[in-house]
Design a protein around this ligand. Structure first.
Ligand SMILES: Cc1ncc(C[n+]2csc(CCOP(=O)(O)OP(=O)(O)O)c2C)c(N)n1
Ligand code: SF4
Length: 331
């Protein structure tokens, strides 16, 4: 499993923050007293060695980033997210997926609702809609129906998609609208400062429920399966390579693709979905059967593997909404 410190260096801020401390200062050699002349000389030497090592590391990473050529999908606007936010990793994976699919900038449209996750279209070098709260899916649906040639992404936080916008997911899924929906699931309202969301665990203390959340959380993967999504997957913000593969697969899938990304809100959740907790719990999905089109299997995994990542379900044969409309118009 790749983790943020090794892979997502291009999204600078993700390397700092509570669970990803910045590169630590020079260490003093054992046996040299800090503060003495010998100690200071040792500190200076260690410091310059560490500096050289860090510069070498950064040069190497920069060369890798240039070779991958995915920064063309980033807009010139710098994200305003908190240092350490998982969203940097998600966007890193998104840019790389676009690059590897060789998507034409002018044929991509990213549609978001409201929230920290709502800002994503601003940071993509493509067309985009920053719509109303909870409305990324219906706007993306309308766009796709009007312009089938576009690659349409809908992006939303857990509050946006499953709270105020929770009525839209079932219909895009059951109709099999050919869009890719990315759920930025940090299990909290980030933008409005840490209220409980539809995926906040039972009894977790939040700014809206200081003595504990009284509500039972939704299971987004189970919902997507029950609603009839033809592609259902889960990724982790600390695994850019895994997310990139899922976004690519979801984009190539003809029909409604649902991708839940487990991601931390480092500012308003210090106890539940932290980098540390996610790193310990996230694992590859164990589906107990090879075929991803086995619904029973997928449902069991959705119930039993809350931190399993990978593709839960894919039905490649189901016609998309537009395929159905075309067929009906031709009879
Ligand atoms: C109609 C309406 N109701 C409430 C709000 C306040 N509001 C803005 S974003 C948000 C929730 C954001 O949480 P989430 O969707 O999980 O996204 P995140 O900020 O964590 O990315 C709320 C309640 C609003 N902008 N509009
Ligand atoms: S408040 Fe949370 S979700 Fe929003 S940018 Fe900061 S860390 Fe990310």
């Amino acid at each position: 499993m790749n983790t943020i410190p090794t892979d997502a260096v291009t999204s600078g801020p993700v390397r700092s923050g509570p669970d990803h401390p910045a590169v630590s200062g020079p260490a003093t050699e054992p046996g040299t007293e800090p503060g003495t002349a010998a100690g200071k000389a040792a500190e200076t030497a260690a410091g310059s060695a560490a500096g050289t090592e860090q510069a070498g590391y950064l040069d190497e990473k920069l060369a890798q980033v240039r070779a991958m050529d995915f920064l063309q999908y980033r807009s010139p606007d710098l994200p305003t997210w908190c240092p350490g936010c998982g969203y940097f990793g998600i966007m890193d994976a998104f840019y790389k997926a676009c690059r590897e699919l060789n998507l034409a900038h002018e044929n991509i449209c990213a549609v978001s609702g409201i929230g920290c996750s709502g800002r994503t279209p601003i940071f993509i070098n493509s067309y985009g809609f920053h719509t109303l709260h909870g409305r990324s899916i219906p706007v993306a649906t309308g766009l796709k129906l009007a312009r089938e040639d576009l690659t349409v992404f809908a992006m939303a936080g857990d509050g946006d998609a499953l709270g105020i916008g929770g009525g839209h997911l079932p219909h895009a899924a059951r109709k099999n609208i050919d869009i890719t929906f990315i759920l930025f699931d940090n299990s909290i309202y980030g933008l409005t400062k840490g209220q409980s969301s539809s995926t906040t665990p039972y009894e977790m203390k939040t700014n809206s429920h200081p003595v504990g959340n009284p509500d039972t959380p939704l299971n987004p993967v189970k919902l997507a399966l029950a609603y009839g999504a033809s592609f259902v997957a889960r990724g982790y913000a600390g695994d850019p390579e895994g997310m990139k593969q899922l976004i690519k697969a979801g984009t190539l899938h003809r029909g409604f693709s649902f991708i839940q990304i487990l991601t931390p809100c480092v500012t308003f959740d210090k106890t539940n979905r932290t980098w540390k907790a996610l790193k310990e719990k996230v694992c590859s999905l164990n589906l107990h059967a090879p075929a991803p089109d086995n619904m029973e299997n997928a449902m069991r995994a959705a119930e039993n593997e809350p931190y399993g990542t990978g593709i839960f379900y894919q039905d490649k044969d189901r016609p998309s909404y537009q395929d159905i409309l075309r067929r009906m118009q031709n009879v």
